[in-house]
Design a protein around this ligand. Structure first.
Ligand code: MG
Length: 384
């Protein structure tokens, strides 16, 4: 089945008076910018967004080795491009999808997923968990200070809901503080898309970066990922004399395009199969409507399995992950032991909210290079 434009009532509205355009601090409407366009600008101009440039996507300390490896910022821009394309083609709210993509990784700590795991492990000892979606919500509602009248970015309800619900569901019993975000209902399709746009972006990009870094070998990837092998063969038939690297790039583009088109077709199919014509019906649906078809799910699974085994959990990256974990857990313990070692504003927050929470927020906001500097100072202090 091909993809089709969805009924306009399925999309989130761009109207200023839409309930999802509501902000905690009332603001006058803008003469020529829709609510989610304004939120997009606020995120692009946020300090936490700029820090994504200094945060690991997959390769910790890779900057020294290659200028072409993705950072969390360039990954984010790739997700935004994919999400905007899909939303526009389906007749959904492309402004909202783009905004949610731009903000989707803003809550990530330094050192990629190794950093996230270490921070979570440290917090568990204090009876809490680290969750990058909830951290992102704290950033946009509290930590960003850009306005004289209030803390945070005063984003619309639609964007805040999408920040927490784009990748997982939260139960109202466990998270009473999130009651305003319709926890018993699914998010709009614009938010549901983000997790899959994220996957499409990172699965193809990490494969490219892994091959460029020579951690992955093309022969092995082709042997274990059938969709890559088929796409490479097609590219090679079209351009029999082209260099392997260029054929590989063509193959990766084909995979990316197929996953995007498949996602669009599957959303169309599910919307139709469930007789959905309004946003309210999207929210009440039995299952998420954004998904890959079963056939492409197989491709996605094999690609994912290959990357986990040979890249994310590879021996080559393991030493970096261990070091990242050691830095985060050591600094965490050092600051929690005596929060007066923190900068004054974070030390003050430790008094109000507890040391573990304040230290987590401090660490989670750091770029890779910032925590490296903190680590050097710590080692220096220990030596004396
Ligand atoms: Mg991401």
């Amino acid at each position: 089945m091909p993809w089709t434009q969805l009924a306009s009532a399925v999309a989130v509205s761009d109207a200023d008076n839409d309930p999802l355009a509501r902000r905690d601090q009332p603001e006058a409407s803008h003469p020529y910018r829709a609510p989610f366009v304004r939120d997009c600008g606020r995120i692009l101009h946020a300090r936490a967004f700029r820090r994504l440039a200094g945060k690991t996507q997959v390769f910790t300390r890779s900057a020294a080795e290659s200028d072409h490896t993705r950072s969390r910022l360039t990954h984010t821009l790739e997700v935004a491009q994919i999400a905007r394309t899909i939303a526009a083609a389906l007749g959904l709210n492309a402004h909202l999808a783009e905004t949610l993509a731009l903000v989707h990784d803003i809550g990530h700590p330094p050192f990629g997923h190794a950093g996230e795991r270490a921070l979570d492990a440290a917090l568990i000892q204090h009876g809490m968990r680290f969750d990058h979606n909830l951290h992102a919500l704290r950033i946009v509602t509290s930590f960003e200070e850009r306005n004289a009248g209030f803390r945070g970015l005063n984003l619309t309800l639609g964007v805040r809901e999408g920040i927490i619900k784009h990748s997982r569901d939260y139960s109202a019993a466990e998270h009473p503080e999130l009651a305003a975000y319709f926890l018993d209902r699914l998010p709009p399709i614009e938010a549901q898309l983000i997790d899959l746009a994220d996957e499409i972006a990172y699965l193809t990009a990490d494969l490219e970066d892994g091959l460029e870094a020579r951690i992955l070998r093309l022969e092995m990837a082709r042997a274990e990922v059938p969709c890559l092998d088929r796409a490479f063969e097609q590219a090679a038939q079209r351009h029999p004399h082209a260099a392997e690297r260029l054929l590989r790039n063509d193959a990766l583009k084909m995979i990316l395009n197929r996953l995007v088109t498949d996602l669009m077709c599957e959303v169309s199919r599910r919307v139709k199969a469930n007789g959905i014509e309004t946003l309210a019906e999207v929210r009440a649906a039995r299952e998420r409507l954004a998904a890959f078809s079963e056939e492409r799910q197989v491709d996605r699974d094999s690609l994912r399995r290959f990357l986990y085994r040979n890249l994310y959990e590879s021996a080559e990256l393991e030493a970096e992950h261990q070091r990242a974990g050691e830095i985060i857990s050591t600094l965490f313990a050092y600051w929690v032991e005596d929060p007066r070692r923190l900068p004054a504003d974070h030390a003050a927050r430790a008094e109000d909210e507890g040391a573990a929470r304040a230290v987590t927020d401090y660490i989670a906001g750091m770029t890779d290079s910032y925590i490296e500097q903190a680590w050097s100072r710590f080692l220096e202090t220990e030596r004396h």
